[in-house]
Design a protein around this ligand. Structure first.
Ligand SMILES: Nc1nc2c(ncn2[C@@H]2O[C@H](COP(=O)(O)OP(=O)(O)OP(=O)(O)O)[C@@H](O)[C@H]2O)c(=O)[nH]1
Ligand SMILES: [Mg+2]
Length: 193
């Protein structure tokens, strides 16, 4: 068993320039509603450390959570929120590009993909973009509890293929069923060490 990550909320920043210095960071990105904030809460074993919501597009800032050793996890605003005005989408993109490209202590970008739905066009775009810039990233499939046991193998293969990865490269988690958390906690600790 891997103990919960002892994350504490530090701040919500409107851009890279507002973030405090940290020793090392892991970022959580993904489509709006994919389960980023829920996963953060599950990793920390806390109910409402990060704000979750049934309404997509609620997290609009870079939310920084720190551990006692000065390392941090950043809950990023989600993309693909259809109702968001164009101007806001452009602002989101500029803010995210700067954070992901220029944050020097960023050790790993977790790209969350809905395990029940599979990668959307925007997920694939995000992955292609990260690959083109050679930014370190790992795909995490969320909401594993929504996949029937009988479908699991096929779903895992299909999701990985959709992301141009091998099935073994994808980390499957469920924040509600609390599965896959130990493995991901260990990985996060390794990246931040
Ligand atoms: N079944 C199931 N539902 C989940 C899981 N994780 C999150 N959800 C649900 O998915 C919805 C969105 O979760 P959030 O964690 O707020 O998603 P988010 O990616 O932070 O969304 P934004 O902040 O809007 O970008 C909520 O209704 C959650 O309860 C999971 O593991 N299983
Ligand atoms: Mg969120």
């Amino acid at each position: 068993m891997s103990p919960p990550l002892r994350l504490e909320f530090v701040m919500s920043a409107p851009s890279l320039d507002h973030l405090p210095d940290t020793r090392a960071e892991v970022a959580v990105v993904g489509r709006s509603n994919v389960g980023k904030s829920s996963l953060l809460n599950a990793l920390a074993n806390r109910k409402s450390l990060a704000q979750t919501s049934k309404t997509p597009g609620r997290t609009r800032l870079l939310n920084l959570f720190e551990m006692a050793d000065g390392t941090a996890v950043v809950d990023c605003p989600g993309y693909g929120y259809a109702q968001a005005p164009k101007a806001m989408q452009a602002k989101w993109q500029a803010m995210m590009e700067r954070y992901l490209c220029e944050r020097e202590q960023l050790e790993m970008i977790l790209v969350l993909v809905d395990g029940a739905i599979g990668p959307t066009k925007l997920d694939v775009q995000m992955l292609d973009w990260l690959r083109s810039l050679e930014l370190p990233h790992t795909v995490v499939a969320t909401k594993a509890d929504k996949v029937k046991a009988s479908q699991r193998d096929r779903r895992q293969r299909e999701l990985a293929e959709g992301c141009h990865l091998h099935a073994g490269d994808v980390v499957w988690v469920s924040a509600s069923a609390r599965t896959g958390l130990d493995k991901l906690r260990d990985l996060v600790r390794t990246w931040l060490a």
